[in-house]
Design a protein around this ligand. Structure first.
Ligand code: ARG
Ligand code: GLU
Length: 695
């Protein structure tokens, strides 16, 4: 008896140690299904993904290309994060109707707010198209030749595929281009805002708590998908009706306990789990520090202005959050790589690989890969850092330089004639309008002063006095008239005269160099991946995230980030009150929420201990794009909403360490509590299927 227990224990530990991975939903049968069931899942692979019957996947939508969302009622009610709907919440907000500050709740369908440009995409089916995509590819071909043949093959595959008129197709490379999968998609474009808590709940803790545990953020918002009268995707129309989904997620009222099975289903964006050690070194020692410094310089200016000026606070809310988010993530990533010893682990692994090559007599085929990586990355380093800096300055932080980049592209388009110019002019105008919609010259000039010295030693603040582009009307006037005129006017604008040489240097020199070396490195990475899977077939291989639908699973679990420190996996409302700082911009708590706490008025949403749960941790392997992903229990009921990872574990994009990598989810009971008790939007709760799987 004891022995059997010991064996079971060892088996569980073994499985546990192996965790990590983002798996393709159509390929779960076998290894993943077994592993999930050994962790407590009651689901079959077909419950999760089925082409012929409705399955869990039908409830999971890619939210605007960058986040995940899920349907939680028969009426197309859609749940995602507050930070995923932030742009929409912001766009409906003004000083008079400040939905960021006060929250927003539609009390009936008529009050739901349409959102131009917002879409949600579902996966109808997934097909392996590797053979057709790699047809004719040989080892002798250069990376370029391979790519052009693959592009040709792609056309052939797309033409042959059977789908309905309203459906779309996507083909994506997996395992670094050693496999290809095709996705038939359905895209809904009439998505309306239904509800959002105030930022003091939805963004509670803001940047101080971002990427950090213990966490107390109610990071959710609600939307609704509308369809035409045939229940098909349609662009916005007053006549559209709530979408009737093939599947929607029941919501569990029973909550979670440490050790419970959890599964996260969503659209993770990008990971890089198979990089050689030399690449990880470059990222952590060169690229991250340079990018961090540029963003930090911009944030110093933006933060100071947001705290003293309410209009700037609204204008820069979304932008600031975006800049701060990756800034803090990179810092955590560097710490995690350091702490986990990932570079040395990779070096050791590469020694194993080299030994295995020898043993299998594959040195002539694959022996050059690792030395070649060393050579290429050394050459790549200055170009890689420079290009990253350009992006951080000209695309992420400094808005005047962003406008200059756009108009430089307009001038380049003019070289291709009138028609090309006209097209480019329209998009340039739109981009400039978009920037000016939330623009403060004072803030942007401050950003310029701090950021530009990190890119060049040519600084000239006076351009802000004389350029037309800090004023929308004047900027649009420059772009008016015939082509020659516009180009002449542009070339006498001081900001353009200043920026143009740097932009041209980028397009003529850094960018082509970067692309050339990047193509070479990617080609080598494809061969490396192939070699790994052939030479060391017993390793755990999952394809890197690429914004396609994935399943990841694990358990509710705390963690020990430092000596003598252990973090519990669940936080409670008590912790919100502990962090409460009256009128602080990050840690204020709405009066109503404090009253509910004092009265312990938690409805059906409290834990067995009488406390109201807020967030919990799991060992699910997630990344950016998994925001808004559902966390499901062993039966496929909704128990949580993924929104973050712990700081010590953000290096999981490069190296997944089951000891310290955790994802952070909002407990669904907190979501229900806020909708019901805080917002009084009981009608939304009534739409959902609330279940008690543990009773
Ligand atoms: N860190 C999470 C993610 O990567 C949440 C970001 C939004 N929250 C924030 N305070 N900026 O997207
Ligand atoms: N907050 C991230 C997102 O927006 C998810 C957290 C992560 O990167 O793991 O997708």
């Amino acid at each position: 008896m004891r022995l059997i227990k010991l064996i079971c224990f060892l088996f569980v530990v073994q499985v546990y140690a192996q965790q990590g991975g983002m798996w393709i939903p159509s390929l779960l049968e076998g290894m993943n299904e077994d592993e999930m069931q050994s962790l407590g899942s009651k689901l079959t692979a077909k419950d999760i993904y089925d082409v012929n019957n409705s399955s869990l996947k039908d409830a999971i939508g890619h939210f605007n290309g960058g986040c995940t969302s899920e349907i939680i009622s028969s009426q197309g009610l859609l749940l995602t994060n507050h930070h995923c709907g932030y742009g929409q919440i912001q766009s409906h907000s003004s000083l008079e109707n400040d939905y960021i500050k006060n929250g927003f709740w539609a009390m009936n369908l008529n009050e739901e707010l349409p959102n131009e440009g917002l879409y949600v995409e579902f996966i109808v089916r997934i097909e392996d198209v590797t053979t057709a995509m790699l047809k004719g590819i040989t080892d002798e071909m250069s990376a370029r030749e391979k790519q052009s043949l693959i592009d040709k093959n792609r056309n052939g595959v797309e033409k042959k595929i059977k789908k309905e008129d309203w459906q779309g197709i996507k083909i994506r490379p997996f395992y670094k281009g050693n496999q290809y999968y095709l996705f038939v998609t359905e895209r809904f474009e009439d998505i309306r805002l239904v509800g959002a808590p105030p930022a003091s709940i939805g963004k509670f803790g803001s940047d101080t708590d971002n990427w950090v545990w213990p966490r107390h953020t109610g990071d959710f918002s609600l939307f609704r998908i509308y369809a035409d009268k045939n229940n098909r995707p349609a662009s916005y129309s007053e006549d559209n009706v709530p979408y009737k989904p093939k599947h929607y997620l029941p919501v569990s009222l029973d909550g979670i306990e440490e050790g419970d099975f959890t599964m996260v289903f969503g659209f993770p964006g990008r990971t890089n789990e198979y990089l050689p050690a030399v690449a990880v070194e470059q990222i952590t020692q060169k690229v991250n520090p340079s990018n961090i410094a540029i963003r930090e310089a911009a944030l110093e200016v933006i933060d100071a202005n947001m705290q003293t000026d309410d209009l700037v606070r609204i204008q820069y809310a979304s932008k600031q959050a975006r800049i701060a988010n990756a800034w803090k993530k990179w810092i955590g990533e560097n710490l995690g790589i350091e702490k986990s010893g990932a570079i040395q682990i990779k070096r050791d692994f590469e020694m194993e690989f080299t030994k295995a090559l020898k043993a299998q007599r594959l040195e002539s085929e694959y022996g050059a890969i690792l030395p070649e990586f060393e050579r290429l990355y050394a050459e790549f380093e200055p170009v890689n850092v420079k290009r990253n800096s350009f992006v951080q300055v000209f695309l992420v932080t400094n808005e005047l330089m962003q406008m200059m980049l756009r108009v430089a592209q307009l001038e380049m388009a003019s070289k291709n004639g009138q028609a090309a110019f006209n097209r480019a002019r329209n998009s340039t105008i739109n981009q400039i309008k978009r920037i000016h919609k939330n623009y403060s010259v004072k803030v942007d000039r401050g950003v310029y002063e701090k950021v530009m010295p990190l890119y060049t030693d040519k600084i000239d603040v006076s351009i802000y006095e004389t350029t037309a582009f800090v004023d929308l009307d004047k900027a649009l006037a420059v772009l008016e008239g015939d082509m020659e005129d516009v180009i002449t006017k542009l070339n006498s604008d001081p900001a353009y005269v200043y920026a143009k040489p740097m932009i041209m240097e980028f397009f003529n020199q850094y960018e082509p160099e970067f692309q050339r070396m990047n193509t070479e490195i990617n080609g080598l990475q494809t061969t490396y991946m192939k070699a790994l899977m052939q030479v060391m077939p017993d390793q755990r291989y999952f394809p890197d995230a690429n914004s396609t639908m994935r399943v990841t699973y694990g358990k509710v679990n705390g963690y020990a980030p430092r000596d003598a420190v252990y973090y519990n996996p669940v936080t409670y409302l008590d912790g919100v009150i502990e962090k409460y700082q009256p009128s602080d911009y990050e840690f204020d708590v709405p009066e109503k929420l404090r009253e509910l706490y004092t009265a312990k008025d938690y409805g059906d949403y409290a834990d067995a201990n009488g406390k109201l749960p807020i967030c919990f941790l799991g060992t699910n392997h997630t990344t950016g794009g998994n925001s808004g992903s559902p966390a499901l229990d062993a039966e496929g009921n909704l128990i949580g909403l993924n929104f973050d990872r712990v700081w010590e574990g953000t290096m999981s994009d490069i190296y997944y360490d089951p000891e310290i990598c955790r994802n952070i989810m909002v407990d669904l009971r907190y979501v229900l509590f806020i909708v019901d008790k805080y917002a009084g939007a009981k009608h939304l709760i009534d739409e959902m299927d609330l279940v008690h799987p543990k009773r």
